[in-house]
Design a protein around this ligand. Sequence first.
Ligand code: SF4
Length: 104
Amino acid sequence: MGRPLAHDAARDLDRVVLDAEVLAAQNDGRPVPCRSVPLALTSAWVDADDDPRSDALAALACAGCAVLDACRTFGDRHPEVRGVYGGRSDAQRRPRRGRPRKTA
Ligand code: SF4
């Protein structure tokens, strides 16, 4: 059993909006590091193996991105997508399991 279609549609729409922001930034000459490095280096963003060195490299590059906030919002809203979004790895964006934190 998969995710509800409405969730998939919302993710697709959010992706289109993020891609539009990325394109606008690139057209204005603002930096979007993951879209401007050589193809061989993009694995730092898309590797699904939670390699901490790779994730740290991508997060460092993300820090200078023109769409950092929008990308982070997308990644946080859709933790099922793999890779680094807005400087955060999928492990960091994945909801924590287990008992809720003690609050008092
Ligand atoms: S914040 Fe990072 S992953 Fe998101 S568009 Fe910018 S460089 Fe790419």
